[in-house]
Write a protein that binds this ligand. Structure first.
Ligand code: SF4
Length: 364
């Protein structure tokens, strides 16, 4: 999959970096490159555009990251039964355009597609954080951007997979809805990189996941990286409680297990559609005809609109039941749900974040 760009903005200070050179060499002919003193101004929303958020996605900004690369997972809190991993921010925003994407609210003021050309500074941070942690750590990269979108231009995955291949105490998780895996296939990850795909039924893909790879292409890409020595996992998130969703998720899992045996899958994370009032308004404004965004959610105690709890629970239980039929040891966990929901839907209490994180990081 390849994405189109309207322009590239290159921060003056970053112009000689390997990343800037690679991107400019690989750009499609005719895409203008503008030098700017400070990439932050180029990333701001163009309020004159009909859809400033969509316009930002088509404007790549190659710049220096001013703050730390590593931070706690934004979903982590005492309230949720989550897996407690660290997030490494290598980019911000995404060339794909999912109707439910939280970035529509989160980066509304700075929607330029930012890529941090000083990403090699993250290696020293990783060394430091790992030394202080004293246990294996799992590092995700797909929170404010898709981990592999534009990887054919940036080539960043190659440097990270190589770094993690030399570290038995760190696991890299690349999270994607693309099939942009060519760079990965060239490198021996030594099993230290896990590539995870977010999967949705065909109906959700067609309705809401604009410019992403179709589910069948994501599954085929997962199979190829698995064969190349990577670990793989899947996020069924957001699960949308529409009429017939249970059948569609069962069909999706049938198709997945036809291609990849459950025993080879590290984990499934399940999460229901959740939207703050601001995100819900932005999503409905941008995609007024998307039926997936017009459900009758209720405002949950965490301030997000969610499907009515019994509906979510029934869907989680049905999906977990389908996975359980494979009789594998694949871990299933809920993302951004509380321990009570975990217990009712999956029939067991969630592991503590430390235990779950260590299990996933260690791959055991
Ligand atoms: S692929 Fe992920 S980051 Fe990109 S638009 Fe969709 S939900 Fe957002």
């Amino acid at each position: 999959m390849r994405f189109d760009l309207d322009a590239v903005y290159l921060e003056e200070e970053m112009r000689e970096t390997p990343l800037a050179r690679r991107v400019i060499a690989a750009l499609a002919p005719g895409v203008p490159v503008y030098r700017v003193p400070d990439g932050r101004s180029a990333a701001r929303a163009d309020r004159e555009a009909a859809d400033p958020f969509a316009a930002g996605k088509r404007r790549m900004v190659i710049m220096r990251r001013r703050s730390r690369f590593l931070m706690g997972c934004p979903a982590a809190s005492n309230e949720f039964a989550c897996c407690g991993y660290l997030v490494m921010e290598l980019a911000s925003n995404c060339p794909m355009d999912c109707g439910y994407c939280f970035l529509q609210e989160f980066v509304a003021d700075n929607p330029g597609f930012q890529i941090y050309a000083n990403y090699a500074d993250a290696f020293a941070e990783l060394d430091r954080v790992q030394a202080g942690a004293g246990r294996p750590l799992r590092i995700g990269t797909g929170e404010l951007a898709d981990s592999l979108a534009f990887d054919s231009l940036t080539g960043m995955s190659r440097d990270f997979v190589r770094y993690f291949a030399g570290r038995d105490d760190l696991t890299l998780e690349l999270k994607t809805k693309t099939d942009e895996i060519e760079n990965l296939l060239e490198i021996d990850s030594r099993g230290r990189t896990l590539v995870s795909w977010t999967l949705s039924p065909e109906r959700v893909f067609r309705s809401s996941e604009h410019r992403t790879a179709p589910p069948a292409a994501r599954i085929a890409a997962a199979r190829r990286v698995l064969e190349a020595g990577y670990r793989v996992g899947f996020h069924l998130d957001p699960i949308i409680a529409y009429e017939g969703a249970d059948r569609d998720y069962a069909a999706l899992l049938d198709r997945l297990f036809d291609s990849i045996p459950a025993a080879r899958i590290e984990f499934f994370s399940l999460g229901g559609l959740r939207m703050t009032p601001g995100l819900r308004a932005a999503a409905r404004r941008r995609f007024p005809r998307d039926p997936m965004l017009l459900g009758e959610e209720v405002l949950a105690p965490d301030g997000r609109y969610r499907a009515f709890a019994p509906l979510r629970m029934a869907l989680y239980a049905a999906i977990n039941g389908r996975i359980a039929k494979e009789k594998s040891k694949t871990r299933v966990y809920l993302c951004m749900e509380n321990a009570g929901m975990h217990r009712r839907a999956l029939g067991e209490a969630p592991p503590t974040p430390a235990v779950l994180g260590a299990r996933l990081a260690g791959g055991n």
